[in-house]
Design a protein around this ligand. Structure first.
Ligand code: HEM
Length: 561
């Protein structure tokens, strides 16, 4: 250091710390308390830091004054949040309590313990509603529909929809709509991509397939998203925008999004605009359907889509049971429930097959066995078939494919985390199941105060050695088979479809849809994921592939097509 620099430094330092450097007695008296304060602050900071970090041992994560565990969460969000949650849960034996900043309502219990899941979803179902927080946040989009509803409003819809989902007419509608969409629309799009040699985003194609399909079964209309050239459809766009803007509310303080809604700015503006398009479309369909049902319009009311069935319902005095608003809510909820879940599961499935050729080979063996049996029968009956369309009984016999899809859903559940709230109001629960609401206790001993938010982490559950064994991260469809037949698992261990009274209503339909689409593709094409294509989950309520799934297709034996 030069002399001049040394002098400058000494001068500066002695101004800052005159006592330490032998300054005057007065200066010393004035500055000593500052130094002591600094030392004290330093000591307190070190103590707090050590204490906070030591919380990691007792609570799983460092817990800082004021901000709680937020810093760890933010670090987790920077990489892969689902993996981060999995790591914390595994180290805590399956359950941990997240403490957010003291000024937010970010406190929640996160669990991946099947015993707790059974308690939450079945044994004490009445004590764990979706709750007012969830309902208020999604109300503009979902209204009083099944997804956000609790108690009687939920029960009535569940009962009516359940009857419909199990009817022969509905099954026939789902089968015929799938044949139409897969054979007349999806396969031509794939054939075009194969012929041009271009790569295509398989996830996008599958999302379009299931969106059109669920609109056909909920509304009885085909929006035509899956058409040559993959056009943008205004209703689908509006639905997508409305869903995304609703999700933003979950990460925005309630008072803030409410103020934004009142002012009509930001995401709330997008939501308002897209909801008016969704509603215009929905009310137009409802009006036309009512005319058809009343026999005044063309097309007849014989269809078995959900809208037609609910429109036809009458009370004892012959009046319609549901208002137009409620019919709109029912349809929007079913579209939301069924539009993306099967397609993202299929996208992860195709990616997993790319990494597990032995599994693909076994699926193909199964499919070709079924095709060969059919061809033999046709030969004996003297029938000639122009195009191979899988029949419902053949799809049912695809046990290995069923197991492979379940295994994909175990590792990549379409709904990676879900949420409940411990009931706070005692009145409605007393009328439901005669229990007085108190604090809840999970089977693992976790105490849950009234109003506590509970997150159950399906993604983490698929990666728990305690649930699936040491090979839990491996893709092994065989774990679902007994003597070659598919065997389902407890819904509290394999939670991809939820469990208890709120078990996914579309589960059977979803398996049928996924099996039919997957078998139709695999029978015709080799699907190769484009080399170097990045694969990661997107942080959303549904487990999309963040960058889609870019694939190249190659035709299989032409004689089969
Ligand atoms: C692989 C495909 C699917 C998966 C993984 C899946 C998963 C789920 C999950 C986790 C829930 C619980 C959501 C919650 O309560 O927060 C649920 C509920 C529901 N799902 Fe699915 N789903 C799939 C496909 C479908 C399809 C295709 C439909 C309809 C066409 C459907 C209709 C429903 C309905 C109506 C509910 C609400 C049930 C209730 O609250 O009582 N799902 N599903």
């Amino acid at each position: 250091m030069s002399e001049a620099a040394a002098i400058t430094q000494n001068a500066t330092t002695s101004t800052m710390f005159p006592t330490l450097l032998g300054g005057g007695a007065l200066a010393g008296r004035l500055v000593l308390p500052e130094v002591q304060t600094l030392e004290l602050l330093l000591a307190v900071s070190i103590f707090v830091a050590i204490h906070s970090l030591r919380q990691r041992r007792s609570q799983g994560l460092p817990c800082w004054p004021l901000v709680g565990m937020l810093p760890s969460l933010l670090l987790g969000l920077r990489s892969d949040m689902y993996e981060w949650i999995t790591g914390v849960l595994a180290s805590r034996g399956g359950t941990f309590t997240f403490r957010g900043p003291w000024f937010t309502n970010l406190q929640c219990v996160v669990t991946a313990d099947p015993r707790n899941l059974e308690h939450l979803l079945k044994t004490r179902f009445g004590s764990f509603p979706k709750g007012p927080y969830f309902r208020d946040t999604v109300r503009d989009l979902l209204g009083d529909g099944i997804f956000g509803a609790d108690d009687e409003v939920w029960r009535a819809q569940r009962k009516a929809a359940s009857l419909e989902f199990h009817s022969a007419e509905f099954r026939a509608l789902t089968a015929s709509s799938l044949v139409e969409l897969v054979h007349r629309r999806m396969l031509p799009v794939l054939a075009h991509a194969e012929a041009s040699g271009e790569s295509l985003d398989l996830q996008d194609v599958l999302l379009r397939l299931t969106f059109d399909n669920v609109c056909m079964i909920a509304f009885g209309v085909d929006p035509g998203c899956l058409s040559p050239g993959l056009p943008e459809i205004p209703f689908a766009r509006a639905f997508e925008d409305a869903t995304e803007a609703t999700i933003v509310r979950f990460v925005t303080p309630t008072t803030v999004w409410r103020a934004m809604r009142a002012l009509g700015v930001g995401h709330e503006r997008v939501l308002r605009r897209s909801l008016s398009s969704v509603d215009a479309f929905a009310y137009d369909v409802i009006r036309k359907r009512k005319e058809e049902v009343a026999g005044t319009g063309r097309g007849g009311g014989r269809s078995s889509d959900l809208l037609t069935v609910f429109t036809k319902m009458r009370d004892d005095e012959g009046r319609p049971v549901y208002s137009d608003k409620f019919l709109r809510d029912i349809c929007v909820n079913f579209i939301l429930a069924g539009r993306d879940t099967s397609s993202v599961a299929l996208a992860w499935f195709f990616w997993l097959l790319g990494n597990n050729p032995a599994v693909e080979a076994r699926i193909l063996d199964e499919i070709e066995g079924i095709v060969a049996a059919r061809k033999n029968k046709q030969k004996n009956d003297g029938e000639v078939e122009e195009e191979l369309v899988f029949q419902p009984d053949e799809v049912k016999r695809m046990d290995y494919l069923h197991a492979s899809l379940s295994e994909a859903l175990r590792l990549y559940p379409s709904v990676p985390v879900d949420h409940k709230e411990v009931r706070t109001d005692s009145s409605s629960i007393i009328s439901l199941c005669m229990v007085v609401v108190e604090d809840e206790v999970f089977p693992d001993g976790t105490v849950l105060k009234k109003g506590t938010k509970v997150i159950y982490a399906m993604y983490a559950m698929g990666r728990m050695e305690s649930i699936w064994g040491e090979d839990c991260r491996e893709y092994k469809p065989e774990r679902w088979l007994r003597d070659g037949r598919f065997m389902s698992e407890s819904a509290y261990k394999f939670t991809a479809f939820n469990g208890g009274p709120r078990l996914c209503l579309g589960k059977d339909f979803a398996y049928y849809q996924m099996k039919f689409a997957a078998a139709s593709i695999l029978h015709r094409y080799h699907v190769d994921v484009v080399e170097g294509h990045p694969v990661a989950p997107k942080m959303a309520l549904t487990m999309y592939m963040k960058y889609g799934l870019k694939v190249r297709l190659t035709k299989k034996d032409k004689s089969k097509l």
